[in-house]
Design a protein around this ligand. Structure first.
Ligand SMILES: [Ca+2]
Length: 127
């Protein structure tokens, strides 16, 4: 058996550095690998809080995002005790209720316009 002195690979896949998140229940995903001894587990933390052991899971639902800049770190351990950390900084924006209302109003207007057009076309055919 070889002695593993190399760090595992770990990469946060679901978000690029500097991205914006608008969901309060955001679930980041990551990948990890270690060619020599294998992955033993992962820990995750948000904004320099406590590390949270997620075992072999490769996703975690973040709660407690703060408005503005957040830092997510994922630490992978290999079976020899080496670890490596992936870091991503992102912006959290609270979803706006006004934006949601605007979308529903736009859908409503489109449905009504479609109905009016259909009635008009039917009327045109009959005359
Ligand atoms: Ca290793």
């Amino acid at each position: 058996m070889s002695i593993d002195k190399t760090k595992p690979n770990v990469q946060i896949e679901s978000i690029a550095n500097g991205s914006t998140v608008r969901s309060a229940n955001w679930t980041p995903e990551w990948t990890s690998s270690d060619p020599v001894s294998g992955i033993a587990g992962h820990e995750v933390r948000l904004n320099n809080g406590s590390w949270f052991d997620v075992g072999l899971a490769t996703q975690w639902t973040a709660t407690g995002l703060r408005e503005g800049t957040n830092t997510l770190e994922v630490r992978a351990f290999d079976d020899a005790g080496n670890s490596n950390i992936a870091v991503v900084e992102f912006t959290y924006e609270r979803p706006s209720g006004l934006e949601d209302a605007a979308i529903w109003i736009a859908i409503g207007v489109a449905v009504i316009a479609g109905a009016v057009l259909a009635v008009y076309l039917l009327y045109q055919k009959r005359t």
